[in-house]
Design a protein around this ligand. Structure first.
Ligand code: GLA
Length: 377
């Protein structure tokens, strides 16, 4: 055969195989996770980075179903609670791993008004509205689109929430992009638009357990929250509308402290929450991304930092886990075996004029960036 033809063939072959390798490396794994009762298929999309971290997300509830991070010896383990099957997420009442909305957290009696119009939301937490209501964003099918770049993998999820859904005014289109980069950062970018004045306050609801063993509690995790103030609550965990100093209270996490150290203290706010279930008003809030939280587990060496551009951080210490929920690997999730760090506006802000507003008008764009960053020590 003519030598030049052979060379041309070889280089063409090389090109094809190179491109194929590249594409394989960049591809986001997509696997069928289950089928909803209406026949819609739910997939899990696994984002990977070059240093071995993996995050799997499903397009039902936009939920993170697993997240592996290395311990100080380089051992990768799953550090978020969840279920092995779609059925678990369909029946879930704990919001494991999901995006919650339209309004994350509580709205007193599910009532609020905008420009003189009163709205009644669905009631699903005693007499109050919690995490978007009976069928919040954690219970809906999201449109999913994987995106890759040279240094990161992303999943873009979109949900169109209809005017009147759960009682909220306006059709809201919310886009949530999860991105995993090579610095072991899971970044969540939210953008939202509406066609009528409404409220929008979505958040992410993963339950973390940095030990890597979901039989363990999170009570030995050390926590720092950069906040001098929190928003105290009354019965039903509805905020009073004011701020209180954390100083000299068990809610002072300005210096790292073990979560279990003061959780059972005789302190009214802790009794109301059956533990920690409060919103911290982050210091130096100015709408820009800043470090809000550090969480460390000395047994594994895993550390997680949370950065956000939001004013508030709900720290929930898994007080409603009671050993009855069968999670991954058939583990019955016991009290305080996972904790949530939910970046958001202040709870019940639509009814509390002194709290930062979460109102969204037509023509405006809601934006949030929150990053969960993993490392070891
Ligand atoms: C949030 C709330 C908690 C609880 C959980 C879900 O974090 O603040 O009170 O409702 O969600 O169980």
């Amino acid at each position: 055969m003519d030598k030049s033809i052979t060379a041309a063939c070889l280089s063409a072959l090389l090109l094809i195989s190179c491109r194929t390798n590249n594409e394989v490396q960049k591809m986001i794994d997509k696997n069928l996770f289950g089928t909803l009762p209406d026949g819609q298929q739910v997939y899990s999309y696994t984002l990977k980075n070059k240093v071995g971290m993996e995050v799997s997300i499903i397009n039902y509830g936009a939920a993170v179903v697993s997240l592996t991070a290395p311990d100080r010896n380089g051992k990768f383990e799953d550090i978020v609670l969840g279920y092995d099957s779609l059925e678990g997420y369909i029946n879930d009442k704990s919001y494991f791993g999901s995006i919650v909305g339209r309004y994350g957290n509580r709205i007193g009696k599910g009532k609020f008004s905008i420009d003189g119009s009163n709205y009644q939301l669905t009631i699903n937490d005693g007499e109050n509205h919690l995490h978007g209501g009976i069928n919040g964003y954690n219970k809906v099918f999201w449109n999913a689109e994987p995106v890759t770049t040279d240094s990161s993998q992303s999943l873009k999820l979109t949900y169109v929430s209809q005017d009147g859904e759960q009682g909220y005014p306006g059709t809201v289109t919310l886009q949530v992009i999860y991105t995993l980069n090579d610095n072991n950062e899971l970044q969540i970018n939210y953008t939202g638009v509406t066609d009528k004045p409404t409220i929008l306050n979505p958040t992410h609801h993963s339950y973390f357990n940095l030990t890597g063993n979901q039989e363990n509690t999170i009570l030995d995790h050390e926590l720092t929250i950069n906040a001098e103030n929190f928003t105290p609550v009354v019965k039903g965990l509805i905020t009073t509308g004011g701020l209180a100093k954390v100083e000299n209270t068990p809610l002072d996490f300005r210096k790292h402290e073990k979560i279990g150290l003061r959780i059972n203290n005789d302190f009214e706010q802790l009794k109301l929450g059956n533990g920690y279930d409060h919103n911290w008003a982050l210091d130096n809030y100015n709408g820009k991304l800043q470090k809000a939280v550090e969480l460390y587990d000395s047994s594994s060496g895993r550390k997680m930092e949370v950065f956000t551009d939001q004013p508030g951080m709900q720290f929930y210490s898994g007080n409603f886990l009671d050993g009855t929920i069968k999670g991954k690997k058939n583990i019955l999730y016991k009290l305080r075996t996972g904790l949530c760090l939910e970046a958001q506006g202040f709870p019940d802000s639509p009814n509390k004029p002194s709290f930062p507003s979460v109102r969204l008008n037509p023509g405006e764009k809601y934006k949030q960036t929150t990053i969960y960053k993993f490392s070891t020590r």
